[in-house]
Design a protein around this ligand. Sequence first.
Ligand code: SF4
Length: 231
Amino acid sequence: MKYLGPLIVVEEIAAARKFYEELLGQRVQLDFGVNVSFEGNLAIHQKAHFQSLIGDQLPITRKPHNFELYFETEDLAQADQRLKEAGVRYIHETCEQPWGQRVMRVYDPDDHIVEIGETMEAVCVRYHQQGLTAEQISQRTGMPAAFVQQAVQAQNRPPETIRKLSGANMDIDLATPVDQISWKQDACPWNAAEDRSAHRCAVKNISLCPYFRGVEYMDTLLCNYPQENTQ
Ligand code: SF4
């Protein structure tokens, strides 16, 4: 058996969809009218229809305060501002949890509790910037030492520069002059930077460029030049 995700009952599907789609940035995956699911598997279900599924003898009540939906964001302050501008009802403002994470809790239009917190990676980085060692951060947050180390190292890594180039063929060449091929092919940025044609992602499967990050269906090449791959 596989767990798929929560389904919450809502009074008005349009209002609930607007809240999760526009304020929390969730993308709709399937819309069946009375039942809408989002990427990530949260689903909202129209109350009247859900009642017909479970039977009239079971009352659907609001505000039990025994369940919440949990979201994380890289930018807690921006999320806070967006929710406030939309007039969302707060349970509490941003505050620090016992394990050091900053979170806020609000009600959705149907009084379900929604928690929005910073990522635990961001928490680790914040403590690292305050001068705590990895071991101290691990003790403070309860996160495993390996997680802390990874979060701090990722922070120091330069941002990826992956670009999508057209024309990756079977040999993932990208060095053949465009006037010698019949399909659209972007130039290799490494060749362009050095004004040569020697660099190739792969030739007959015998060489791979250190900037090569794979091929996407059907012929799009992922190139990380000028940042060498670290994984
Ligand atoms: S992966 Fe390497 S050879 Fe391929 S396009 Fe990028 S820089 Fe050029």
